[in-house]
Every structure is written in structure tokens, then in C-alpha cells.
Design a protein around this ligand. Structure first.
Ligand SMILES: Cc1cc2nc3c(=O)[nH]c(=O)nc-3n(C[C@H](O)[C@H](O)[C@H](O)COP(=O)(O)OP(=O)(O)OC[C@H]3O[C@@H](n4cnc5c(N)ncnc54)[C@H](O)[C@@H]3O)c2cc1C
Length: 91
């Protein structure tokens, strides 16, 4: 296979590199998060590189309270100060 690349490195904008003095992984073109729920895809991409484990958590503040995002039933319960449950279809 022939790969042509005009930059001095492969990987395009998703490339990262180790900073030589600290060993810290630096994303020169902005950080990139890879996610898949497909085990076959995960096995495939792991043939080419190692991934750094990362957990993405987003929080929002509103009215002096802190809520987790994205919005789910727990977020609505916290905001409403009530214990709500999903309504089952057909009932
Ligand atoms: C700041 C930022 C954050 C991002 N975060 C995420 C993320 O978290 N998760 C995610 O999935 N995606 C993210 N993306 C999107 C992701 O970067 C792109 O979808 C992905 O890089 C596209 O890959 P690509 O190989 O198609 O193109 P590119 O990464 O752009 O690579 C194309 C390569 O082709 C080379 N090239 C172009 N023209 C020629 C030519 N004529 N001859 C030789 N070589 C050439 C370029 O130099 C480049 O290296 C982010 C993008 C940015 C900018």
C-alpha cells in the first residue's frame, strides 16, 4: 500500500505526539476522542495504536445547582426536586 502525505507526519488532524521532555501526549491539532459501541470496530482500530482511557463527564450549573449532562431522568428529578419514574407504555 502506498500512503502519500504532504505533512511531515501521518495521522492527519487526529495525530498526537509525546512531548519529549515530559512524555505527555500532546494533540497538536486539538484533542480527539474516539468512541464506538461496536466491539469489532474496537478490535480493528486497536491493531494500529494504543488508546488512552478517558471518561467524558459534562456538568452544568443552573440556579445555583449543579446538574449532570446530557439531560436524563436523573437530571430532571434533581432539577424538579421530585422522584419521578419513567411511564411504561401500555399502562
Ligand atoms: C479541533 C478538532 C477536534 C476534533 N475532535 C474530534 C473528536 O474528538 N472525535 C472525532 O471523531 N473527530 C474529531 N475531529 C474530526 C477529525 O479530526 C476528522 O474527522 C478526521 O481528522 C478526518 O480524518 P481524515 O483522514 O479524513 O482527514 P485529516 O485528518 O484532515 O487528514 C487528511 C490528511 O491528508 C493530507 N493531505 C491533504 N491533501 C493532501 C495532498 N494533496 N497530498 C498529500 N497529503 C494530503 C493532510 O495533510 C492530512 O494529514 C476533530 C477535528 C478538529 C479540527
Amino acid at each position: 500500500m502506498l500512503v502519500l502525505e504532504r505533512r511531515p507526519h501521518l495521522g492527519g488532524n487526529a495525530r498526537s505526539e509525546r512531548e519529549s521532555t515530559t512524555g505527555i501526549e500532546v494533540h497538536r491539532h486539538g484533542s480527539h476522542v474516539f468512541h464506538t459501541s461496536n466491539e469489532q470496530v474496537w478490535q480493528y482500530v486497536n491493531r494500529f495504536t494504543e488508546f488512552t482511557s478517558y471518561r467524558h463527564t459534562v456538568w452544568a450549573t443552573a440556579g445555583g445547582a449543579v446538574y449532570s449532562l446530557s439531560v436524563n431522568l436523573g437530571t430532571i428529578c434533581a432539577h424538579a426536586g421530585r422522584r419521578l419514574a419513567p411511564r411504561r407504555r401500555g399502562r
